[in-house]
Design a protein around this ligand. Structure first.
Ligand code: BG6
Length: 464
């Protein structure tokens, strides 16, 4: 048997998010979220679907833990639904919602699976949004901090890994800039304010955790940022600079304040007053606040200096972000495509990990999402998903290459456990290791699920 290319301590896991898998949206006192409202608006979800049942996780959670056990994962990343815990976002917590996650965490630990808990994966309580308290306004910060405090107090004796925000870039750009995601706001300035308030909220929550909980609970806290790799379209200085700038506007927007103390200079130069300033106190809370670097990564694009004044890409009409970025994005025709138009470029992940390693001083990195969506016509196609096996193997090889090159990569979470409600894509995207019928919630393991289980088993036996 070959030795695993990953160290013994490397953690394999899978990820999910509450709104995408739970269903039971009206059950046990859950309040509505911005996505409950947004997904009902005509034209917002490509296949017109709504996750009333989805993966039925709220009802079927015990079976889902058994599915995790079948995969043999070391860790499971899931998110807490803020509107289940506080139906109106604040005030009196909902005991049944609180108890649901208590049971789940206990059962995971009994099964020997470490919970990695995301506090915010996009399901802002609708009541807050309606009262004008969204990410584009600073009023949200103390409300979010109170919610997180309750979570630390309630679950922190058993949860050791906390993620404040999932992909704040998406919330800012897609939620408040282009309006492609909930709450559907299209406003260039609101986009940068939404990013800013998430960073400040993260800093406050991390400081609260450090000061009031860590000494007893012994856990760690971080933020999960998404980034596609940007490779220069040609070796010219202009295209190299374009690729660097694109990475700064993508990952640097959030990781620079966390690791280097402020936004990238390229963003400050371009955006001027559109990019808010941090106070010294906020900077102190934010810088150095992450105990691990969590990265969500799916694909790579080529970057080039634009011919005209504005950048272009497939996400046009974006409320200003792409124009502000000023980089043209394209793809190499030789790269294999996926049905989401995400290209399969495993070496892009290795390069991105090296970029992070250099820029942020060799942090311990966990890939908290990586995966592949296919659209199959028949149940058999969806179950026999050999392409997902090929994609995942190639990206895991890219992870091993990064480790060989000296990157401190400590874990890999596959997105997703089950075929879930994929936000604006509804059920048209299928990312799961388990096939799921979004109308009934019934699940079947795919070939990729059995393959992932075997890969983890071999790793546990052979890793040094
Ligand atoms: C990430 C999110 O963007 O990738 C997940 O954190 C999401 O929640 C996944 O489902 C797939 O991406 P997309 O763009 O298809 O929603």
């Amino acid at each position: 048997m070959e030795t695993s290319p990953f160290p013994k301590s490397f953690q394999f896991g899978v990820s999910t998010a509450a709104f995408q898998i739970e269903g039971s949206l009206d059950k046990d006192g859950r309040g509505a979220s911005i996505w409950d409202e947004f997904a009902r608006r005509p034209g917002t979800i490509v296949d017109g679907s709504f996750p009333a049942v989805s993966c039925n996780h709220y009802a079927d959670w015990e079976e889902d833990v058994r599915r995790l056990q079948h995969l043999g994962v070391d860790a499971y990343r899931f998110s807490l639904a803020w509107p289940r815990i506080f139906p109106d976002g604040k005030g009196k917590p909902n005991p049944k919602g609180v108890a649901f996650y208590d049971r789940l965490i206990d059962r995971l630990l009994e099964a020997g699976i470490r919970p990695w808990v995301t506090l915010y994966h996009w399901d802002l309580p609708l009541a807050l949004h309606h009262s004008g308290c969204g990410w584009d306004r600073p009023d949200i910060i103390p409300v979010f901090t109170d919610y997180c405090e309750l979570c630390f107090r309630t679950y922190g004796d058993r949860v050791q890994n906390w993620i404040t925000f999932n992909e704040p870039w998406c919330t800012a750009v897609l939620g408040y800039g282009t309006g492609y995601f909930a709450p559907g706001i299209r406003d260039r300035a609101a986009c940068y304010r939404a990013g800013h308030h998430q960073l400040i909220a993260h800093g406050k929550v991390a400081a609260l955790y450090r000061e009031s909980f860590r000494s007893v609970q012994n856990g760690r806290i971080g933020m999960a940022n998404n980034c596609d790799y940007r490779h220069p379209a040609t070796p010219t200085n202009e295209d190299r600079a374009a690729a660097e700038r694109a990475l700064e506007f993508f990952l640097g927007w959030f990781a620079d304040p966390l690791y280097l103390g402020d936004y990238p200079q390229s963003m400050r130069d371009t955006l001027g007053d559109l990019l808010p300033q941090f106070t010294e106190l906020e900077k102190r809370d934010i810088m150095g606040s992450c105990d691990f670097f969590a990265l969500n990564h799916y694909t790579t694009n080529l970057a080039s200096a634009p011919e005209g004044s504005a950048g272009t890409n497939h996400a046009s009409g974006n409320g200003g972000f792409m124009e502000d970025l000023g980089v043209d994005l394209s793809n190499d025709p030789s790269w294999e495509n996926t049905h989401r138009n995400w290209r399969i470029v495993p070496w892009g992940l290795t390069r991105l990990l090296e970029w992070i390693d250099r820029r942020y001083g060799h942090p311990g990195i966990h890939i908290t999402e990586n995966g592949f969506s296919i659209a199959g016509d028949t149940f058999e196609d969806l179950i026999n998903d050999s392409d997902r096996i090929r994609y995942t193997q190639a990206y895991l090889n890219a992870c091993a290459d990064a480790i060989d090159k000296g990157v401190d990569l400590r874990g890999y979470f596959h997105w997703c456990l089950t075929d879930d409600f994929d936000w604006a894509n509804g059920y048209s995207c299928r990312f799961g290791l388990y096939h799921t019928d979004g109308n009934t919630g019934s699940k079947h393991i795919k070939r990729s699920g059995d393959w992932y289980a075997e890969l983890i088993r071999q790793h546990h036996i052979s890793a040094k």
